[in-house]
Design a protein around this ligand. Structure first.
Ligand SMILES: C[S@@+](CC[C@H](N)C(=O)[O-])C[C@H]1O[C@@H](n2cnc3c(N)ncnc32)[C@H](O)[C@@H]1O
Length: 248
């Protein structure tokens, strides 16, 4: 039997931020009253379709959705797709809830039971508000058509390379979770991380890089929605790249 201190020790270490500035009234309300309605169950998930009120044609996972702008935008344009978004950063989760419900700071909050997805949106987003590595074991094989990993923390110092999300253990899980032919989309604006992704993926037998010429990975895919970190990178003069890998 695992006692609590052993379970705690077995948890993977997370090095990023879990919380930022004080979360104000409307977003605190949403964390308390809306998140429980769209949060993934803590137990093992036998079939990804069961996480939603009705089945979808496709399923996608976004890891580290940040402020949730990309996830909210793609979910609004793909009503046939169920999305699972994962983020540790509480302020980011709260922001996604605000985008999904349309409830912003300054709005009157509805009664607890009334809070729901905006009338113009499909109820196709579910959230895991913790480290995605804690979710992996609960998810069945071949669950997703596409996995997004957009602007992961680069951890550019060599001594921190062990913290980078792209590594052989996580890639094994991502390969398991993707359907055959499914897509792993990785974007980064950091030179060190660009090289790191290329190196890690070159050695990986589960994925094939879909770039057809030396330039097409420098352009965002046609259906792309900008993220907060992408805008920051461009403002600061860095050039993002967009890797698309297919599950063999
Ligand atoms: C640099 S930010 C990018 C956010 C967003 N994708 C964007 O492009 O604006 C990386 C995000 O990944 C989240 N993150 C890092 N490791 C994670 C993990 N193991 N599980 C869930 N989220 C993670 C961080 O909390 C952070 O919000």
């Amino acid at each position: 039997m695992i006692n609590n201190s052993n379970a705690e020790a077995a948890k993977p270490k997370f090095f990023g931020r879990r919380k930022g500035r004080v979360i104000r009234k409307a977003k605190s309300f949403l964390l308390e009253n809306f998140l429980p309605k769209i949060k993934l169950p803590a137990n093992k998930i036998a079939n990804i379709a069961k996480c939603f009120n009705s089945p979808y044609n496709r399923y996608c996972l976004e890891i580290g959705f940040g402020d949730g702008e990309h996830l909210a935008a793609i979910a609004a344009t793909a009503a046939d797709t169920g999305f699972i978004g994962v983020e540790v950063y509480k302020n980011g989760v709260a922001n996604l809830l605000s985008l999904l419900t349309g409830i912003k700071e300054g709005n009157d909050c509805p009664a607890d039971a009334d809070v729901s997805i905006s009338a113009n949106r499909t109820d196709n987003v579910r959230i895991f508000d913790d480290d995605v590595r804690l979710l992996f074991a609960s998810l069945p094989d071949s669950s997703f058509d596409k996995i997004y990993l957009l602007f992961p923390d680069p951890w550019p110092k060599k001594k921190h390379s062990g913290r980078r999300f792209i590594n052989s253990d996580n890639l094994r899980e991502l390969a398991r979770l993707l359907k055959k032919g499914g897509i792993l989309q990785i974007a980064t604006d950091h030179q060190v991380y660009k090289r790191w992704v290329l190196e890690q993926m070159r050695e990986n037998k589960d994925f094939v890089w879909l770039a057809k010429c030396s330039n097409d990975w420098r352009m965002p895919p046609a259906d792309w929605h900008e993220t907060k970190y992408q805008r920051k990178a461009i403002r600061e003069g860095r050039k993002p790249v967009f890797f698309e890998y297919q599950r063999r």
